[in-house]
Design a protein around this ligand. Structure first.
Ligand code: EPZ
Length: 416
């Protein structure tokens, strides 16, 4: 099983290019189910999760061609409507095929995703919205078996601003009869990106990026050629890495507008952050000031940046209170950081971090995607050698992370 070995203490210097956003690419590739013909997607990141969604779509009968970071998908020959457990359990975002399959095929059999390291991850809000659109479903043997004679627009209030729930329902409503309103919808940039692609396909969606999205159903959609937006979480991860060891990194080809909360909080730590067009220049300082963090739905501070920030706070001056309000168990990285000498106490969904002089290298285990990124960052700042095990988690969401870090001067290597 692959692992990453890091010798810490070297400041990162140079430029890094940000890859396409995993969480935009996944729903956009799935939206190909809504139309016949060849769709072309550029700037698709080379990630395990992308491989998984392509495998799932080809399992349904789609034709897929990949040329580097360009993926072409034609779903005209899709003749199945089942997303099996062994695929869905590897990647929860497979639930995104539910809406489009019901839109296109009027039936779907999708495994319930089940929980994961960071929480129970229910999909009850996805199912509540689908039912209001006219879908009837049964939960049988761990599967959602759903059918819909026709889908009719309606008014859906989401109890929580679920990201993939908003995406699933948008894709279920685009070909429905009449108008659908999604209230308390998620506002993430990835929602806007999906709505932009659907509108380029001929959909009629207004309000994406706000908490009220209106979808006027159309009769059909046509294939598109689009490019995936930059990954704001990858960019944020490199920003935190630059803040450590007094690094000095230019993060290029990113979208600073998607990172306002992260930029604001990083500046509060005393880190120098300068935005210039699509480049963010981050310079670490000697004294990192401890600050408090509370994760919130976008545009609040992103939960996907919580673990990375916790590493920064572990070596800051003072105490930091980190509240995780999105997922119920997203502190799994704490026990591993403690093994590296971090002083962190957890009570419920709050972690109290007391900055220490230095972390020390250790052998640690990655548990989920962002936790594994935080352990790599911790290894970069720790004294001595850190071995991060189970880095398949990392490969799900970071394109060639160690190659990008080596280019920035990190002493890091992947061991088979
Ligand atoms: C998306 O997950 C992202 N994944 C996550 O990124 C991200 O952390 C999360 O949004 C929050 O921003 C993708 O986009 C593929 P939610 P998602 O539905 O959609 C509860 C990463 O590292 N909820 O917005 O699954 C849920 O339990 C991943 O890239 C319900 O109760 O998250 C959670 O507490 C990790 N019922 C909250 O809502 C539902 O039906 C937010 O979940 C749906 C969600």
């Amino acid at each position: 099983m692959d692992r990453i070995v890091i010798k810490g203490g070297k400041p990162l210097k140079g430029e890094v290019m940000i890859s396409g956003a995993k969480n935009a690419a996944l729903p956009i590739l799935v939206s190909s189910l809504l139309t016949d013909g060849w769709n072309t997607y550029h700037n698709v990141p080379d990630l395990k999760d992308i491989t998984s969604i392509k495998f799932l779509l080809s399992n349904l009968g789609a034709r897929i061609e990949t040329y580097g970071n360009t993926v072409r998908i034609n779903t005209k020959s899709v003749n199945k409507y089942e997303a099996p457990y062994d695929l869905v359990r590897k990647m929860r975002a497979s639930i995104l095929v539910l809406g489009p399959l019901l839109s296109r095929k009027k039936k779907a059999k999708v495994s319930l995703p089940g929980g994961c390291a960071i929480g129970a991850r229910p999909v009850n809000l996805h199912l509540k919205g689908l039912k209001l659109l006219g879908v009837s479903y049964e939960l049988k043997h761990g599967y959602i078996e759903a059918v819909a004679d026709s889908l009719s627009g309606c008014d859906i209030y989401l109890d929580l601003p679920t990201v993939t729930g908003t995406e699933n329902l948008m894709m279920a409503a685009v070909l429905a009869k009449g108008k659908t309103i999604l209230r308390n919808a998620a506002c993430e940039p990835e929602i806007i990106a999906l709505a932009d692609v659907l509108n380029q396909m001929g959909a009629d969606i207004e309000g994406a990026g706000s908490s009220v999205i209106q979808i006027n159903g159309v009769s059909s959609l046509y294939p598109v050629e689009v490019s995936i937006i930059p990954d704001r979480v990858e960019a944020g991860t490199f920003m935190v890495a630059a803040a450590l060891n007094r690094g000095d990194i230019k993060i290029i080809d990113c979208e600073p507008d998607h990172l306002k909360a992260v930029i604001h909080k990083l500046k509060q730590t005393g880190t120098q952050v300068n935005v210039n067009g699509k480049t963010i220049h981050v310079k670490g300082t000697e004294k990192i000031t401890a600050i408090d963090i509370k994760t919130l739905p976008y545009p609040g501070f992103p939960t996907d940046m919580q673990a990375q920030f916790m590493v920064l706070m572990s070596v800051a001056k003072g105490h930091s209170i980190i509240s995780e309000t999105i997922f119920e168990s997203r502190f799994i990285h704490v026990s591993e950081l403690r093994r590296m000498g971090a002083d962190i106490k957890v009570s419920g969904n709050t972690a109290i971090v007391k900055g220490v002089q230095m972390l020390s290298g250790a052998s640690v285990i990655a548990s989920d995607l962002r936790a594994s990124a935080s352990l790599v960052i911790a290894g970069l700042v720790a004294q001595g050698t850190t071995i991060v095990n189970r880095i398949y988690h990392l490969d799900r969401g970071y394109e060639h992370l160690e190659k990008k870090l080596i280019k920035l001067g990190a002493d890091i290597q992947r061991m088979r």
